[in-house]
Design a protein around this ligand. Sequence first.
Ligand code: COS
Length: 385
Amino acid sequence: MNYLLSPHEIEIQAKAREFAQTHVAPYVDELDREERFPVEILAKMSKEGFLGAFFPKEYGGTGGGVMDLCLVTEEIARVCCGVSTSYAANALATFPILLFGTEEQKKKYLTPVAKGEKYAAFGLTEPNAGSDAGGIQTTAVQDGDYYVLNGSKQWITNGGEAGIYTVFTMTDKSRGARGITAFIMEKETPGFGYGKKESKMGIRCSATRELSFQDCRVPAANMLGKKNMGFLVAMKTLDMSRPGVGAEALGVSQGVVDKVLDYISSASKEQRFHTSFQAIQGKLAELSTLVEASRALVYAVARAVDAGEQDLAVGSAMSKMFATDVSVKAAALAMEILGEDGARRDMGLEKMFRDAKITQIYEGTNEIQKGVIALGLVRSHRKKK
Ligand code: COS
C-alpha cells in the first residue's frame, strides 16, 4: 500500500530496513537466548543517526519526529522487537523533556541521547502503581535547592543501562494525581540504585530493571514543568509515545507476514497453497489485512502528533491497542498457517509470538487503553453538546 511517504521518510525507512538486515538479523537468536542488552547495535544505530531521528536539530537530532521514530522502530521490530524496545524507550524517556523541559534542560539532556552518548529511561511504574499512575508512592521532598527522592520503580525499560532518567514522584500525597512532580535524574546521583535485569518471556534482550532511590538529592532545577503537574507530563508523554509502541507491534506483525510469505513461496509449498488450502489462504488474507490496518492507524496518529494535534489521547491509545492486539493475532495465525513448522524455534515465529504478547501489556495495558478510548470519546462528545 502507498502511504504517501515523503522522500525523506522513504530514505529513513530504507536505511533502517537495510540496517536491520545487516546489523540486527544475524544476532537475533543470540540476543534472545543470552538475554543480552544490544549495546553494540544501539551504538551503531546512533552512528546512523537513528537515536536522533525524533529530536530537533538544535539538540543534536536529525529534525524528524514521531513518524520517523515509528518508521525506524517498525523496521527494527520487523527483525527484533527486543532491540526496537531498547531503542524506542529512549523516545519515551526523553519526550517529557522535549515537551516540558526548559531550553537549558533540553540542551543538557537531549543532546547526549541524540548522539548516542547516553541512553534514557522513563520511571513511572512502581511495584504498587502501574496502570494506576496517580497512585505512585516515590516521594520528593524539597530541601533548599534540591529535592530528596525516596522510593522505587519497577519494570523500567533501559533501567541500569540509561544515564538519564525521567522520574515521577509524589510531592503532595493529599492531592493524588495532582500532587505528582517529574524530575530529570542522572545515573551517578548518590543513593540511586538498580536491580538485576529481569528475565522475561519476550523482548528478552531489552533491559528491564527495578530502580531504587535512597535520599537521592536531585537539583530543583531538574524539575520538569511545574511542581505537582507531573501527571500531565506523564499523560502527554504517553499520548506522544504510544504510536511508537504501535510501530513496534506493527514491525512484529510485518515480520510475521514476511516469514509466512517466505515459507509459502518455497518451491515445495507454493503449488499446494494455490490449489488445496483455501482455509489457509483465508488466514493469510486476514493476517495481511489486519497488518495494513495497523499501519494505517499508526502512521495516521504519528502524523497527527508531528502536526501538533493536541487532543491525542484517544487516537494514540487506539493505535497502541489495535496494533499490539493485531501482532498477537498475526503471530497466532502465522503459526496456524505453518502448522508444526511454525512451532519450530529456528523458524522465529515463536519468538515473535512471545514478543508480541508483551506489547499488549507494556506502556499501558490494553485494558487501560480501552478505558482511555471509551472515556475520551464520552468526554469529547459531552464537550461538543
Ligand atoms: N492529556 C491531558 N490531560 C489528561 C490526560 C491526557 N492524555 N489524561 C488525563 N488527563 C487529566 C484529566 O483531564 C484529569 O484532569 P483534572 O484533574 O483537571 O480533571 C487528570 O488528568 C486526571 O485524569 P483521570 O481522572 O482520567 O485520571 P485517572 O487516575 O482516573 O486515570 C489513566 C487516568 C488510567 C488514564 C492513567 O492513570 C493512565 O494512563 N494509566 C496508565 C499509565 C501507563 O501507561 N502506565 C504504564 C507505564 S508507563 S511505561
